[in-house]
Design a binder for this molecule. Structure first.
Ligand SMILES: Nc1nc2c(ncn2[C@@H]2O[C@H](COP(=O)(O)OP(=O)(O)OP(=O)(O)O)[C@@H](O)[C@H]2O)c(=O)[nH]1
Ligand SMILES: [Mg+2]
Length: 882
């Protein structure tokens, strides 16, 4: 028998063909099969029925592709329903009439219908060529697995078929032609998308047999043709793990009624380690089939009964689930995502859901009668703070703090599904957790769950749909987490904000508002510095004038006062002394920006005042004035107004970023750019790769950065150091002056040595290179004890551009510091530190550094793929695209 598959694979050996289809005309033991209206040319390319298939689930589009490969028309089966419900599949004859050599009468003659009123199958004139027998060589190969499926239709209908047919809402009515003939199938309308239908899956799917995983072949070998091509894509069987190349995949897997399983594995449970890849096929299969075909196969793979998770492998609150519980869990409006075998805890009141001994990973529907009562130590918390009887983790404490909830005194909270919280024993709701914007930021940064808006407020159906979409979106995306840390003033918040601007992640209203207030408050502190300077300038001017006066006895003291170019009018004088007093007392923070409305007119008046302008011109003499102050002072009047709206640049230059507990988090993707050249090939194939940048302030990390353990799932740590710190000092908690570079080094050591990050890649950002260029000319690097051996040789031949000696001093300083950190890192870890030179205020510079981070992650991914040759479909795609 010639098969359609065979016909599209002309080079395959006859032996291989025999393995799949035999010529035994008498054996027509297909239980579910096509009845199609066929015509001449098609007869010789019959449909590859290698396993019993629910007609509705046969990926017709897959067939269509194969047919289209043969330049044949797409066959669209249409369903006719007769009184007794058996179905007849037919195709529209017109579809074929344009094919050369095919007349309508020819088509009609070859029309197929069910062979008896209640039997669905091929009519005799096609049986010869189209039916698949169970006695082919292939089937002999697979005898043990296939026989139960394709022999006696009633007696031997395998469990998988039962489940399968149940899922596809087919009912086996009776068998005609016992042994050889097809069983009778009637069809009901498909129910909604639920994987489980009540009557179907409640009976022990755990009895679905388990098939051992095949031992892995040497990397790159196809399990069928045994040909090696390490980098060519393969599709793998979700049961036994065997991998097939594009030439063999259809021969090995047939029409894939249960998804990607080799034929002998049909009817068997999937390998649980591959559950994550259900519904995700390789790029290879996508190229071979149409979208519709892929959709159909993947949907069968996800929903067919035999592939469902066995309930006895899931334990919730110490109780092994029954099938009813599992169904409840998976069919609720907000089910656990990617449920795998394992032990879980479930807080029925709030809906928090997590793995035993771990922080919550999701918020699912509340009040499901699943598992026993939750235990206090379910998530292994050690905070003495309880939510719904569970001792919560440190990450959750941060979440509560972000919501403004105090956790002193080890309180016990009661949190309901909508986030309402109250103290145990108190009868009033203190607030709603999920309504606090900062909670969302902290939850995202710490990988804590946050409910989607819909799951709280909208009806079940909409929520269900939204969840599905979200789930799909999540599955499509690969999230890489980047943790950004550094000492105070190293520039982490600048880099974080720069990334927002670069990758089009808008600042939230909340962030904008608080950055605006920060800018306005800082403006008054800069003005205060100017006013302090003004007092000195005024005093100096007075002294100078008096000296001159002494030289010219004719001029009076009053005149000197009048002539003083630094004199304010009375109002400005009062404002000036008030502001200076407030600043000295440290109350500036308490008054501004709230008082902006009142003082804004005074700022305007001040700015127009000649005395103040004279002071402003001399601002460079004021050491206390930060460099960034110029940027804002130039627009002081505009900024001091109530209706001031900070621009992106303003937000970048503002000192700080809104965050609670010093944690800020953003998601972004790298935009595609034609200039990226060779750097981009992988991303072009995988544009959905997204990144999460989490900036955390070290003051929030506790002693010895203990709370770094909350960032166990980050992929890359970016440590930020300011290149200008080498001659700067700050007072530590004991009042001791400490060199800032040494403090940075110590923090670096602590973070690198932290057990949570022991396996992570590190990228060191040496920031503020623009400032180093200025500073290193004035202040030698060996001001810092750690940099004593920096002794650059200065060239006396400035025109010798190729000489190393002519490398700018700042560049050499940067290299030197980079090597210092690299050596330190290698001593601590034995691994390689990546370093990037950055000027945080320049977008391109930050962009390059973050892209470097991306390259590190990509490199790591590829390394894993090559070394472990994992089954992950993404990795297969990536390897190939290398
Ligand atoms: N000239 C220059 N200034 C920079 C650069 N990076 C950051 N700054 C400035 O340095 C100051 C500190 O930067 P931040 O980003 O606030 O530093 P941080 O790490 O958040 O420090 P904390 O807020 O103290 O935690 C800000 O005024 C920035 O504008 C840079 O590359 N060049
Ligand atoms: Mg800052």
């Amino acid at each position: 028998m010639t098969s359609l598959l065979r016909s599209i694979l002309p080079n395959s050996s006859p032996k291989e063909e025999d393995n799949y289809y035999d010529d035994d005309d008498d054996d027509h033991s297909v239980e579910y099969s096509f009845a199609m209206e066929y015509t001449g040319p098609l007869v010789s390319h019959d449909i590859p029925q290698v396993a019993p298939v629910d007609v509705r689930r046969i990926p017709t589009a897959a067939m269509a592709v194969m047919v289209s490969n043969l330049s044949l028309p797409v066959i669209q089966p249409i369903v006719k329903k007769t009184d007794n419900s058996p179905l007849v599949y037919s195709t529209k004859l017109e579809n074929f009439s344009h094919i050369e050599g095919v007349s309508k009468s020819n088509l009609e003659n070859r029309t197929l219908s069910s062979s008896s009123s209640d039997t669905l199958g091929f009519s005799d004139n096609l049986n010869d060529s189209n039916c698949v027998s169970g006695s082919s060589d292939l089937d002999k190969d697979c005898n043990n697995h296939l026989n139960p499926i394709i022999s006696d239709s009633t007696k031997s209908m395998s469990r998988s078929q039962e489940l399968y047919s149940e899922h596809s809402s087919c009912e086996s009515v009776e068998a005609s032609n016992q042994g050889n003939r097809t069983s009778v199938v009637t069809f009901r309308d498909l129910p909604s998308n639920n994987s489980y239908s009540e009557e179907t899956d409640l009976d022990e799917p755990e009895t679905v047999p388990h098939r051992p995983v095949v031992p892995e072949l040497k990397s790159g070998l196809c399990y069928r043709c045994n040909k090696r091509n390490r980098f060519s894509e393969k599709e793998f069987c979700i049961v036994c793990g065997a991998k097939y190349c594009s030439k063999c995949v259809f021969r090995a897997m047939g029409s894939m009624p249960e998804g990607r399983k080799c034929i002998p594995c049909i009817g068997y449970r999937i390998d649980e380690s591959k559950r994550g890849s259900l519904g995700k096929c390789s790029g290879m299969l996508r190229r071979l089939l149409t979208n519709d075909a892929i959709k159909q196969i993947m949907s069968s793979e996800i929903s067919c009964g035999v592939n469902q998770l066995p309930p006895n492998l899931v334990c919730v609150n110490n109780k092994v689930l029954s099938i009813e519980e599992l169904v409840l869990l998976q069919s609720c409006s907000n089910p656990p995502k990617k449920l795998r075998p394992g032990r879980y805890w479930y807080d029925k009141v709030s809906g928090f859901w997590g793995k035993e001994g771990e922080k919550p990973m999701q918020i699912i529907s509340a009040d499901l009668p699943v598992g026993y009562q939750i235990l206090q130590d379910a998530s292994n918390g050690n905070t003495n703070v309880l939510i719904n009887n569970r001792e919560i983790t440190k990450a959750e404490i941060w979440m509560l703090q972000a919501a403004g909830i105090h956790c002193e005194g080890n309180p016990h909270f009661w949190v309901t599904a909508d986030g309402s919280y109250q103290l145990e024993g108190m009868n009033y709701v203190m607030g709603k957790l999920w309504e606090k914007k900062r909670v969302k930021i902290v939850c995202t940064a710490l990988s804590l769950p946050f409910p989607s808006d819909t799951s709280i407020s909208v009806g079940e159906e909409v929520a269900k749909e939204t969840n599905k979409v979200n789930l799909k979106k999540q599955e499509q995306r690969m999230m890489n987490k980047i943790l950004l840390v550094g000492c105070d003033q190293s520039g982490t918040s600048t880099i974080y904000k720069q990334a927002k601007i670069l990758y089009d992640v808008p600042f939230s209203e909340d962030e904008k508002q608080s950055i605006k207030y920060m800018i306005q408050k800082n403006l008054y502190s800069y003005i205060a510095i100017l006013l302090e300077g003004h007092e000195h300038f005024e005093q100096d001017y007075l002294v100078e004038m008096r000296r001159r006066c002494a030289d010219e006895p004719s001029s009076s003291g009053d005149k000197i006062e009048e002539k003083n170019m630094y004199s304010f009018n009375r109002r400005l004088k009062e404002f000036s002394s008030w502001l200076l007093q407030i600043t000295m007392s440290g109350d500036l923070e308490a008054i501004f920006p709230a008082a902006t409305q009142v003082y804004s007119p005074l700022v305007e008046e001040l700015w127009k005042d000649k005395a103040f302008q004279a002071t402003y011109k001399r601002r460079n003499e004021l050491n206390m004035l930060p460099r960034v102050a110029n940027y804002f002072l130039d627009r002081a009047v505009e900024i001091s107004r109530m209706d001031y709206e900070p621009s992106e640049m303003d937000m970048l230059y503002a000192e700080g970023v809104t965050s609670s507990n010093g944690v800020a988090s953003m998601e972004f993707t790298f935009p595609k750019s034609s200039q990226d050249g060779y750097m981009e090939p992988l991303d072009q194939n995988d544009p959905s790769t997204s990144y999460q940048l989490i900036r955390v302030h070290t003051s929030s990390l506790g002693e010895k950065c203990k709370w770094l353990e909350m960032f166990e799932d980050v992929d890359l740590v970016v440590y930020c150091v300011s290149l200008t710190e080498y001659d700067e000092y700050h007072e530590d908690i004991n009042g001791k002056q400490t060199n800032k570079m040494l403090a940075s080094k110590r923090l670096f050591e602590t973070i690198v040595n932290h057990p949570t990050l022991s396996e992570k890649h590190f990228l060191l950002i040496l920031n503020k290179f623009d400032l180093l260029e200025e500073k290193i000319e004035r202040v030698p690097l060996n001001q810092c004890d750690w940099f004593q051996d920096f002794t650059p040789v200065i060239s006396h031949h400035p025109h010798n551009a190729t000489s190393n000696n002519n490398t700018p001093l700042a560049q050499r300083g940067f290299h030197y510091m980079a090597v210092k950190f690299k050596r330190l890192f290698t001593t601590l870890t034995g691994r390689k530190l990546f370093v990037s030179k950055v000027t945080g205020l320049e977008g391109d510079s930050v962009d390059l550094a973050l892209k470097y981070g991306k390259e590190i992650l990509k490199w790591d991914d590829e390394r894993h793929v090559v070394s472990t040759n994992e089954f992950s479909t993404e990795s297969i795609e990536r390897t190939t695209s290398m």
